[in-house]
Structures are given as structure tokens and as C-alpha cells.
Ligand binder design. Structure first.
Ligand code: TYD
Ligand code: MG
Length: 455
């Protein structure tokens, strides 16, 4: 069974030693060692005393007083929104994502804004040198106020430094580079990642500081994904997006201090990330007018409606087997919808190639965009343009019926906001939107029905 261990830390440089020393071998400072117990590795190792057991009393729910958590606003509205309204003191936040997606950039930008508010910060990087961080920081704009940086991968030293300087916010970039010497396995292995997170959690709760942990999500087996530590942290944010497209989505997967339905939208550019406060406008940018095979629909990302353009190209095939592709949506779903069109509308699509694409690089698996996919295919096949002022959504079933979707009101309101004049919704959802004026809302019950309204 693991026992709690006493170690000595140099208060100057964080050097750790098993015994007290007069002079630190690392930084040569004198009389800087203090004794600090490390966290027992196995919590069962330290047994609660009878007094502690006796003093633990359950509380009634009604007697718990609610006091709002003090939150620090980062100044990046999209990030604050995903965090549930700002940074909560004493919380542990995991920011996960593919390598190169922009995690370090986002956190550095957050640091820049927080430094302006004189929040004490410590940015610990195990991946980049101080010069590299500085170079990136310069691309992001002026750092009017300083922040502290440290390049370190030894977690014991990291812990020592954090305890010594007690910043309000610490960034660990990344958890896969951190290691503890007592654990034999390599940095990035599951046991190292889990142990490191455990230590950081104790630090965050013990000192009441906020720690952001960066975690790379890579293919299984190579490096331990941050998924193993999702349950240990308070908040899990995933940063995602196509590396070749410039937009990025920040999604809350778990949040003990807010809703997980929130997303933040950013765009990666030459000067770092910029917020996209109106994602619908951004996604519809550059949309062709009066072109066949282009239809606008509304998808939901969490509670946020985002208008997207569905494109289809249908042309005669030169081969025995027609080619079909679906970019940004489910391939099998597109095949299924084409089969519905063949059977219910009698469209001879069997000798046609068909390419479906969600413009802008979004990935959507929501059935609500079925109706738009169907109409885009019809529009391209028959070579007529759907009115650019028309938007539609609805799930299409196997008999060609148009089925209900959720959050209809929000979707219609977003369409109205973006200046659309006609909205095709599932017939059964029509009652949900009776209160909205300023946009023509039409109920559709089947794919046969929709033909009347798109040309
Ligand atoms: P980075 O934040 O280093 O990714 P992560 O920490 O998630 O691994 O982002 C790296 C990518 O972002 C890199 O390919 C370059 C690009 N980038 C820009 O396009 N503009 C910028 O201003 C910055 C700082 C990075
Ligand atoms: Mg990075």
C-alpha cells in the first residue's frame, strides 16, 4: 500500500530531494529547502481518524445555501460562454483536441487578455521553449502586461513552482509531456497522465487556483488520450475542426459549472484565433446565388442554431457503378435518401453519380438536414435553383414522410435573423412556430409535398 511521502523542495528552483540539504545542487542557493508532504498515491493509504469520521454529518438539501461561484471573465466571449460564464476559481479544466488545432494559441490569447487585467498567471510548457512561446505571443499581439512562463516537464518541479508563486491561473501545456519520476513508465503513458492529473487536481483544490490542462487526442495506443482523465477534471472542453478549414469549434463535453450544450466558434488566421460571433453568416459566406444543387438548412450545435449550405452535384455516370460521396455528412444516410427519392418520386438516380457536400467544412450527422439534402439532390438533378431566400429542415423517413425535429423555434428565428423569407418545416412542427412573424413558415409532410415550394 502506498504511503504518504515527505520530500524537500528548494524554494528557489523547485528542486526536489529526499533529504534536507543546506545548499541546493540545482540552483546553488543556500538554506532554501522546506519539507512538504506529497499526496499519497493511493488515497486508501491514509486512513481517516475516528474523530474525522465522527465529525462527518450529512446535510439536508434544503439547508445548503447557494452562493454564486465567483467567476473571472477571460475577455474572450466565446470561451466564457463555453466555460459557463467565465473561469471558476479552484477548477480543473481540460482542453483537448488534435495536435495543431490551436489549443496553445487559444490559451495564450486568454493569458494575454487576463494579463491585461493583472491576473497572476503561470504558463507551463513542456512542448515549446521560451523563445518559441515568445514568438507565438508576438504573432498574437502586444502583451501589455507580463505573464510568467516556465518550461518544465517534471511534475514535482511544476508543483513546487506553483506552490511557491501561487498564481491564480496555471496553464499546463501539455499533460502528455508531464511526468513523475517515481513512475517508471514514459511520459504520456496512461499511468503518468493519470498521476499527473491527480497531482494537479490536488493543487487546484488545495490552493484554490484554476488549472487549464492541454491534452492531445491522438490515435489510440500512441499517446494516452485525455479521455482517461475526463472523470477527474471539472470541465472538459474539446477544440475541434478541420485542420484545412479555418473555423474551429470549442465544445464543452463536461462541465460541473455550466451547461454542456454550449459551443464557441473561432476562426484561425494569421494573428491567432478570432471569435465568430455570428457563425451562420460565416458559414453562408460566399454562397452561390441562383445555382442548382445549393440549399440552406439549419443545424443545431448544442443550443446554438447554425445555418449551413448543403450542396449536391448529380450527373450522369460513365461507369457501371455510380460514384457517390458525402463530405461533412453520413455517406450511408445520403445513399438512403437517394433510394427514397428513387422509390417515392421515381427519380432515376441509379445511373447518376452524386456528390453531397456541407460547405465550409462542418461535419453534421443531424437528421434535421435530410430535407435539405433531398432538395439539393432534386435541384441538381432537375437543374433548377432553389430560391436563395428559402431555408428548410426536417428528417426524412423511409416512406418519404417528413418527420419532426427539435428546437424548431430557434431555427426559424435564426433564419429570420439572417434575412430568409421562406422556411419549410415539418408539418407536425408547425404549431411550435405559430408565434413567429416576419417569415413565411410552411409545413411539409412528405418529399412529394416539398416539390411545390422549391421551384
Ligand atoms: P497550436 O496552438 O500550436 O496547436 P496545438 O497547441 O493545439 O497543438 O496551433 C498551431 C497551428 O495554428 C499551426 O499549424 C499554425 C496555426 N496558427 C495560425 O494559423 N495563426 C497563428 O497566429 C498561430 C499562432 C498559429
Ligand atoms: Mg500546443
Amino acid at each position: 500500500m502506498a504511503k504518504s511521502k515527505i520530500v524537500f523542495f528548494c524554494q528557489e528552483c523547485g528542486f526536489e530531494s529526499a533529504k534536507w540539504m543546506g545548499q541546493c545542487p540545482a540552483c546553488k542557493a543556500w538554506n532554501t529547502f522546506v519539507e512538504e508532504p506529497t499526496v499519497p498515491k493511493n488515497s486508501r493509504g491514509a486512513k481517516a481518524s475516528p474523530k474525522e469520521i465522527a465529525s462527518a454529518v450529512p446535510t439536508r438539501l434544503s439547508q445548503v445555501s447557494l452562493q454564486s461561484q465567483p467567476r473571472t471573465l477571460t475577455g474572450i466571449g466565446e470561451l466564457d460562454r463555453v466555460l459557463g460564464g467565465g473561469i471558476v476559481k479552484g477548477s480543473l479544466v481540460l482542453v483537448g483536441g488534435d495536435p495543431g488545432i490551436g489549443k496553445s494559441t487559444l490559451l495564450l490569447q486568454m493569458c494575454r487578455l487576463l494579463a491585461q487585467k493583472s491576473v497572476p498567471l503561470l504558463y507551463i510548457s513542456g512542448e515549446e521553449s521560451l523563445q518559441q512561446i515568445k514568438m507565438r505571443a508576438q504573432r498574437l499581439g502586444n502583451f501589455e502586461k507580463d505573464m510568467m512562463m516556465l518550461c518544465e516537464t517534471d511534475l514535482d518541479i511544476v508543483e513546487g513552482v506553483v506552490r511557491k508563486y501561487k498564481p491564480e491561473i496555471v496553464i499546463i501545456d501539455s499533460i502528455q509531456t508531464m511526468y513523475r519520476q517515481e513512475i517508471a513508465s514514459a511520459p504520456g503513458s496512461v499511468s503518468q497522465v493519470r498521476e499527473s492529473t491527480g497531482v494537479l487536481m490536488q493543487l487546484a483544490k488545495g490552493l484554490d487556483i484554476t488549472i487549464f490542462i492541454v491534452g492531445h487526442v491522438t490515435k489510440e495506443g500512441v499517446v494516452a488520450g485525455p479521455r482517461v482523465l475526463e472523470h477527474m477534471v471539472d470541465t472538459v472542453l474539446y477544440f475541434e475542426g478541420d485542420r484545412h478549414a479555418s473555423y474551429r469549434l470549442l465544445r464543452a463535453v463536461k462541465n460541473r459549472f455550466g451547461s454542456t450544450n454550449e459551443i464557441g466558434v473561432f476562426e484561425m488566421g494569421g494573428g491567432g484565433l478570432t471569435q465568430v460571433t455570428n457563425p451562420s453568416e460565416y458559414m453562408l459566406n460566399g454562397r452561390p446565388q441562383e445555382a442548382s444543387g445549393s440549399v440552406v438548412s439549419c443545424a443545431m450545435e448544442g443550443t446554438r442554431p447554425i445555418l449551413i449550405e448543403v450542396q449536391a452535384l448529380v450527373c450522369r455516370t460513365n461507369f457501371n457503378m455510380p460514384r457517390r460521396t458525402a463530405a461533412g455528412t453520413d455517406y450511408n444516410r445520403v445513399n438512403l435518401l437517394m433510394a427514397v427519392l428513387e422509390k417515392r418520386l421515381g427519380l432515376p438516380l441509379d445511373n447518376c453519380d452524386c456528390y453531397v457536400n456541407i460547405a465550409g467544412g462542418m461535419r453534421l450527422n443531424e437528421p434535421a438536414i435530410d430535407l435539405a439534402i433531398v432538395c439539393a439532390i432534386i435541384s441538381s438533378y432537375k437543374n433548377f435553383a432553389v430560391s436563395p431566400k428559402t431555408i428548410m429542415f426536417g428528417e426524412v423517413g423511409l416512406t418519404g414522410e417528413v418527420r419532426a425535429v427539435n428546437m424548431v423555434e430557434q431555427r426559424v428565428a435564426e433564419a429570420k435573423k439572417l434575412g430568409f423569407s421562406m422556411c419549410l418545416v415539418p408539418q407536425v412542427n408547425l404549431k411550435n412556430v405559430s408565434g413567429i412573424s416576419g417569415i413565411t413558415v410552411i409545413g411539409i409532410s412528405s418529399v412529394q409535398d416539398v416539390l411545390k415550394y422549391i421551384k
